[in-house]
Write a new protein. Structure first.
Length: 355
């Protein structure tokens, strides 16, 4: 969502956060406590970053005060926590450009034409924008979105179709099982009989094969047969070298996602192995007013943990506030007792315990 903003007309804000994963969402909260408003850009269609993309329903055990939660719950809680500060989210946008304006603001542009003039920029892009690993065949590129898909937008549109599902992870096995009762036929293709999916998903797939409700075929996809935009068959090469033609009208490829730092890599920041080097006192990048938190950054002793990213977001917020208030010390205030923070949070705490 773009909040009704027109492409090309600059959106003026205190901060632009690139990345709506857990660390980016907590960054909204930490900036908000200090009175700074943020707009958030993310290439994905929803908040959550790699947590939601890679393991939405898997349990997380190392978030303080939450003995166990899944990624969806964590993201929902972080969104609720950030809500008092009314962040604006711009999903489906890749941050494509960064340059300093004559007035000292940072101009951030997206590949879809949004323009931001921000006092500070905080990169919370995780490992980068996650893109599906695609089938490297000319026919696959030509049929993408028509008969070759890397996600399922509408399962019911596949009803009664001949379906081939490629992959060996949870997404591939779960969708193959889900579609087994919907498609005219479902064939799962994976390069080996060893899977990366949860044991329960593997057992379910084998049970469906035993019931002749779907089929598993070990091999590599080496070609597609098509008639115009109509897929006719998928060609699978077994270990023996024999190529088998599998009838198919729809091909679903779930080979996982790969991170790409994308345009950020060309912004003149100090990179070390595709990560941004930062100062651990401020999490500044060396470019005044530009910070990096979470998995996108690197420094001696770096640990890629969500809780580490939360710590980094807090320090980056203070650094950003000090950068915007030169010569003024930013006091450390506590949400338990600070009237200013209570006003920003929109709460009226019961202070009877402090009397």
């Amino acid at each position: 969502m773009d909040g009704g903003h027109d492409a090309g007309r600059p959106i003026v804000t205190d901060a632009v956060i690139v990345g709506a994963g857990p660390v980016g969402l907590f960054q909204v909260f930490e900036l908000g406590l200090l009175g700074l408003r943020a707009h958030v850009i993310d290439a994905m269609p929803q908040a959550g970053g790699q947590c939601v993309e890679l393991y939405p329903d898997k349990p997380i055990y190392d978030i303080p005060a939450l003995p166990r939660c899944d990624a969806r719950e964590l993201v929902e809680r972080l969104l609720e926590q950030a809500r008092p500060f009314a962040p604006e989210f711009h999903f489906g946008h890749v941050a494509s450009g960064l340059e300093r304006s004559a007035d000292g603001l940072w101009r951030v542009t997206t590949h879809r034409g949004l323009v931001f003039d921000a006092a500070v920029v905080i990169l919370a892009a995780g490992l980068g924008a996650f893109m599906p690993r695609k089938l490297d065949l000319d026919e696959a590129r030509r049929l993408e979105g028509v008969a070759v898909h890397y996600k399922v937008a509408d399962a019911h549109a596949l009803a009664g179709r001949e379906i081939v599902v490629a992959g060996g992870g949870d997404s591939a096995l779960d969708w193959a099982a889900e579609l087994a009762g919907l498609g005219a036929s479902v064939v799962l293709v994976h390069r080996s009989a060893r899977f990366r999916a949860a044991p329960a998903s593997v057992a379910r797939m084998h049970a469906l094969c035993d019931q002749a409700r779907m089929q598993f075929l070990e091999g590599d996809i080496v070609g597609l047969d098509a008639d115009g935009e109509a897929l006719r068959a998928v060609r699978v090469r077994a270990r023996s070298g024999i190529v088998q033609r599998v009838g198919a009208e729809q091909l679903l490829v779930f080979w996982g996602l790969h991170p790409a730092l994308g345009p950020i890599a060309d912004w003149g920041l100090d990179l070390e192995k595709n990560q941004i080097a930062v100062d651990t006192a401020t999490f500044g990048t060396g470019v005044p007013g530009v910070y990096a938190v979470g998995d996108v950054n690197t420094y001696p002793g770096k640990k890629k943990l969500i809780l580490s990213g939360f710590h980094e977001a807090a320090l980056a917020a203070f650094a950003a506030k000090e950068y915007l208030s030169p010569g003024q010390k930013v006091p450390l205030q506590y949400t338990t007792t600070s009237p200013a923070m209570h006003r920003r949070l929109g709460v009226s705490p019961d202070l009877s315990d402090l009397a």
